[in-house]
Design a protein around this ligand. Structure first.
Ligand code: ARG
Length: 561
């Protein structure tokens, strides 16, 4: 609830949507007239009435309440004065009774949103490039659930392709069971890198790799077993990261899951006359739509990434009957998604409009970017660990007697990595800097966490009041309450625009306003009991709201720092 929203909800103008009314409400130049005003000129044409009359009629249809203390119609404007006391009371009551549900809603009840995120590749390093998809997807998953949707988290594993033939070939030639078992992804990646190096001089290795891949596909016992083992090792390794980042999936159906589900797609494309032959390959021509063709089958009859994605989309529609299916994937794949969405549309799937590519920008490290080919990748696990270690060092310096330091450092370090990826508009490329994400005074998670620890400490000393009255309010208090009241809107915007940064920015804004309040208004040493109780309640409501916001982002909040 914000003031504007509150007013908009009360107003009904024939033929004008709530959203339009909301947009039209403005701040009057002179606050003598009111805190908010609705200019009625815009509606004159539609209603065939003069603005003056519209404003007067609206005024007569409305009543003042706890929030709106005065309504007046002046020269075609409908003016509102806000009862700050009522607004503050209503907002705090709402937060303190709804608690961890504050900001949640049932707007998505009965609707399903599939979210394809993280979607890692088997036997490949989980590097910093996977950070955004994992934490963005994880946040969207929680946000949609919070709004009453049924979110389905899907890890569309990259577990199909000749690279697995390469891996088998490399393992058989140079691999060792124990080394791989213990080394996990890193050992597998080393084998893969070595294969690429040596295959340059031994092109016959590539033929061998293709043959092995064929054997996987044909269900050859030995190859299948090795492949399953590589997959298990990879998932075991990434599970550690998922646990740290609080990431969950409902399905791990990856590319290979669709190997027997592509034929019907190909048949349907053929039936609908969409397939054309081009240099031996089967393609869907998309020239008319300004795109290069979507290749469905290569000349050797093998399928492609797009073919599997089409089978996956059809499978998901059937299995989950989604209202939306989101793909949280880097913008480098823009064309791929545009292509196969278009092909599904051409096939007459009316639900193709519900497929959304949630594109995001690149993350690179300040220390320099990586090169997968040469094998010098930066593992996400190492980035997270480094952040935890740095957090531990900073905490030791700031608060040498801190109890439970390891667990606090874990929350601060992991939070910094997550927040670093979620704070900016997702499409922006970001350069990850340890110093920046761990800056206690920046627009960071640790700044918010520290603010929460401050609130915890105040509440521990002053207690949580059972009842409170509204005293004469200060500007800082009103500003803070206004910020808190905007939480549901921030969550809604985050879902609507697939942009968790709304929630991250909201948290920083609230923390900044709380700190202003904290420094300018005495809480424990307030001038009287009524004011003190109110300020404690406000502190409690702030803490609750920040906890809710951070829970959506997957970031923990320590009680002491
Ligand atoms: N595994 C792919 C990659 O790392 C991402 C898969 C995204 N999801 C999808 N349905 N295409 O590039």
């Amino acid at each position: 609830m914000d003031y504007k929203q509150y007013i908009a909800e009360k107003l009904h103008v024939d033929g004008v949507s709530q959203a339009e009314i909301y947009e039209a409400i403005a701040l009057p130049p002179n606050s003598e007239m009111g805190d908010y005003a609705l200019p009625c000129f815009k509606f004159a044409k539609a209603l065939r009435k003069s603005p003056v009359l519209i404003a007067e009629d609206l005024k007569n249809s409305l009543q003042t309440d706890d929030v709106i203390s005065e309504i007046s119609a002046v020269n075609g404007y409908l003016n509102f004065k806000i009862n700050k006391d009522g607004f503050v009371r209503a907002t705090l009551d709402k937060i303190l009774t709804e608690k961890e549900k504050f900001g949640a809603s049932e707007q998505g009840a009965g609707k399903t949103v599939c979210i394809d995120y993280s979607s890692i590749n088997i036997a490949k390093p989980f590097h910093i490039g996977h950070l955004s998809t994992t934490v963005l997807g994880g946040a969207l998953y929680r946000i949609f659930n919070f709004l009453g949707y049924k979110a389905v988290g899907i890890n569309h594993l990259g577990d199909y392709g000749t690279q697995f033939g390469k891996l088998i070939s490399a393992y058989k030639r140079w691999g060792d069971k124990d080394t791989v078992q213990q080394g996990g992804i890193r050992a597998l990646n080393e084998l893969y890198v070595r294969f690429h190096q040596e295959a340059e001089e031994h092109p016959e290795y590539d033929d061998e790799a293709r043959a092995y891949f064929k054997r996987i596909e044909q269900g050859d016992e030995e190859c299948q077993t090795l492949f399953r083992w590589f997959k298990e090792l990879t998932l075991k390794d990434v599970q550690k990261i998922y646990e740290m980042l609080d990431i969950h999936f409902d399905s791990y159906a990856g590319e290979s899951f669709y190997s027997d589900k592509m034929q019907p797609v190909i048949d349907e494309l053929r039936e609908k006359n969409l397939l054309v032959e081009s240099r031996g390959a089967q393609i869907v021509d998309l020239e008319e739509y300004g795109m290069s063709p979507c290749i469905i089958l290569k000349s050797d009859g093998t399928s492609l990434y797009a073919t599997r994605d089409m089978a996956a989309a059809m499978y998901r529609k059937k299995k989950y009957d989604f209202d939306k299916c989101l793909y949280v994937v880097a913008y480098q794949q823009n064309l791929h998604f545009k292509q196969f969405f278009k092909v599904l549309e051409l096939m007459g799937k009316d639900w193709a409009k519900d497929l959304v590519h949630v594109a995001y920008g690149m993350v690179s490290l300040e220390e320099g970017t990586m090169s997968t080919r040469k094998g010098n990748v930066v593992f996400l696990e190492d980035v997270i660990q480094k952040c935890i270690d740095k957090a531990a060092a900073i905490l030791s310096e700031k608060n040498p007697n801190l109890e439970d330091k390891a667990s606090v450092a874990q929350k601060v370090g992991v939070g910094a990595v997550i927040f670093g990826a979620l704070y900016n508009n997702k499409i922006k490329d970001i350069v990850f800097s340890y110093d920046k994400v761990l800056n206690f005074d920046g627009e960071t998670s640790v700044y918010v966490q520290y603010t929460c620890a401050r609130a915890y400490s105040v509440l521990q000393k002053g207690g949580v009041p059972e009842r409170f009255e509204i005293p004469a309010l200060t500007a800082e208090e009103i500003e803070l309450v206004k910020a808190l009241a905007a939480f549901p809107e921030a969550v809604n915007s985050a879902a609507e625009k697939y942009e968790p940064s709304y929630v991250a920015r909201f948290a920083v804004d609230v923390a900044q306003k709380f700190n202003k309040f904290y420094f300018d208004c005495k809480i424990l040493a307030a001038e009287n009991e009524q004011t003190k109780n109110f300020r404690l309640a406000l502190t409690n409501a702030t803490l609750q709201t920040l906890k809710n916001a951070f829970a959506l982002l997957g970031i923990g909040i320590p009680e002491k720092m």
